[in-house]
Design a binder for this molecule. Structure first.
Ligand code: FBP
Length: 552
């Protein structure tokens, strides 16, 4: 396969490892842990893996042991995130540093490859082709939910056949929740299989005191910020469009917030704020129209509006509609599937309670239809398919017309729409993500070698030099609480939404009015791999602010 010039040069980048992982390690055990909430319930559900201590790796000056060879299997789960290939190379190099005989197997296309016994061995030759590259194409990824004992048993067969002693699941909050369930299951039946999780997702919502960020967030946000910056330059040159830019992030608004800090758009909606203030769709439209009309007074009929992908589910009234839609769609699935698109809307409308029915009817037809589409395997609305950016601009246009008629607005309004998501998920990882993922993988190999199970690979102190990063492991049960899923209370990893008291949000809120009513765009430019560290190695602004660092 012919490679691009950057691919050829980038292949030889050696990710930096924390000092603690540069030689043999030993485990430093912390105190016993508790789950973040619902301690009694979680303890009962995870009798073998609850309460385990946080662990940290420290250099082992004179190790006497000779490590026995062992085999490891990996699964890439869910949406792609930059750096996945470096997790794989990190695990591989970590395993080989312990014993050259150790072997690594990759299950193909996500959890389904594990259940259906589709796999390949990941040798040095295979891995060499993927170092420092984006994507998950080395073995593919998938969204099959690994949750049933039959699936665990089917997987166990192939693990035994390949003499695998540990499985690494590289995934988001749902996949890591499943990793914890699997670890407990194997421990309970005495299967002697360890399960380790690695925190992945561009959404940035798998984080807490111990997991400072999920991998891929840094790179994805930098790709989107580059393009938003380019759009802003275009917008400020032609001065004729409002660009409505929807940004990925299934639920939380971390990506939109990070991009807002990086690019200083005129408007960025934060879903968590909308929810906290119990804002309606109408309130959001009013705010956008206020900014547009104020800018028009200055003669500026252009601007940028960032819209988080998950917004729709955070507007309380729409959330209640979606929740009822979920039930209606499940209950009347057959009947709904048999009718044409427009009849579908009428049919569903008839099953809704009066308040939700009114809102459903008031939505543009394409949006109502998008809200009524099939759910994903986790029962979630597929928000990436809902055109929230065009919903908002349509409503804004209508409102501006009314305002113009009432003499409250004089200006022109023309909208352009964009959705940035898939563009950033497979970008070559930034130096930060390349180093972080390699360290997470290498560290996972050490967790396995230490005999641990039900842990998430953790590398902390990420705003310091890579040398000073702190590797270790966090019991997954520690991050769990009970939540209602598909009508049942389930133990799940608590999702990290944007903290409205946190520094990233407060920083944005402090400059919101100024950047709305001025034109102070920032142009971050493309990701740089070679050059000064302040340009190439800077972590996300969210992470810097969360670590009490300054960003401008
Ligand atoms: P993960 O949580 O699995 O990492 O995926 C995140 C994400 O990129 C979301 O931002 C987006 O809503 C979703 O995946 C899109 O899913 P799909 O890849 O199935 O279209």
């Amino acid at each position: 396969m012919k490679k691009s010039a950057l691919q050829r040069v980038r292949a030889s980048y050696q990710p930096k490892l924390p000092k603690a992982l540069q030689g043999p390690v030993k485990v430093k055990y912390g105190d016993a842990t508790e789950s973040v909430a619902n301690q009694a319930e979680i303890k009962e559900l995870f009798p073998h893996t609850y309460g385990m201590p946080v662990v940290e790796f420290v250099p082992d000056e004179a190790p006497e042991r000779v490590e026995e060879p062992f085999n490891v299997g990996i699964i890439l789960s869910g949406g792609q995130a930059p750096g996945g290939h470096n997790v794989v190379s990190g695990i591989f190099d970590g395993l080989k540093s312990l014993n050259k005989e150790n072997r690594l197997y990759g299950f193909l296309m996500g959890p389904s490859g594990f259940i259906n016994h589709q796999y390949m061995e990941l040798t040095a030759g295979v891995i060499k082709e993927y170092r420092n590259t984006g994507g998950f194409d080395i073995i593919g990824s998938g969204r099959t939910k690994l949750e049933k004992p039959e699936q665990f048993d089917a997987g166990l067969k192939i693990l035994k056949e390949l003499d695998i002693k540990a499985l690494v699941i590289i995934g988001g909050d749902d996949s890591n929740t499943n990793a914890a369930v699997l670890a407990e299951y194997y421990k309970n039946i005495g299967a002697e299989i360890q399960v380790i999780g690695v925190p992945k997702t561009i959404d940035g919502d798998l984080k807490n005191e111990w997991i400072e960020t999920s991998f891929g967030f840094d790179t994805a946000c930098k790709v989107y910020s580059e393009v938003i910056g380019n759009i802003q330059r275009d917008c400020n040159s032609a001065k004729k469009y409002y660009h409505f830019i929807k940004l990925m992030g299934r639920s939380a608004s971390h990506i939109a917030l990070e991009c807002a800090l990086e690019t200083q758009p005129n408007i960025c909606i934060i879903s968590e704020e909308v929810q906290a203030k119990r804002m309606t769709l109408d309130n959001i439209v009013s705010y956008i129209c206020y900014v547009i009309s104020e800018r028009a007074k200055l003669g500026w009929n252009f601007g940028t509006v960032l819209v988080p992908e998950g917004l729709i589910e955070f507007i309380p009234s729409v959330k209640s509609l979606i929740s009822e839609l979920n039930d209606v769609i499940e209950e009347h699935a057959e009947e709904i599937s048999e009718v044409e698109e427009l009849d579908k809307l009428n049919l569903i409308y008839g099953y809704l309670s009066p308040k939700n029915a009114d809102l459903y009817k008031s939505l543009p037809k394409n949006i109502a239809l998008q809200l009524s589409l099939d759910r994903d395997s986790h029962g979630n609305v597929q928000v990436s398919l809902i055109e929230t950016e065009s919903l908002l601009s349509t409503m804004v246009e209508k409102r501006l017309e009314e305002m113009a008629e009432a003499g409250e607005y004089v200006g022109t309004f023309k909208a352009q729409h964009h959705f940035f998501g898939y563009e950033g998920r497979c970008a070559d990882p930034t130096n930060f993500d390349a180093d972080y993922t390699y360290a997470l993988g290498y560290n996972a190999a050490m967790l396995i070698n230490s005999g641990l199970t039900g842990y998430m690979s953790s590398v902390r102190n990420l705003t310091d030099h890579t040398e000073n990063w702190i590797p270790g492991g966090i019991p997954i049960t520690m991050m769990m609480n009970m939540e209602r899923r598909k009508g049942e209370m389930k133990p799940v990893i608590q999702k990290a939404l944007v903290d409205l008291h946190g520094r990233p949000y407060l920083k944005f809120a402090s400059m919101r009015e100024t950047i709305a009513l001025n034109t102070l765009y920032q142009y971050p430019g493309p990701i740089q791999y070679f050059g000064p560290a302040e340009v190439c190695d800077r972590p996300s602004m969210t992470l810097l602010l969360e670590h009490d660092k300054e960003i401008y």
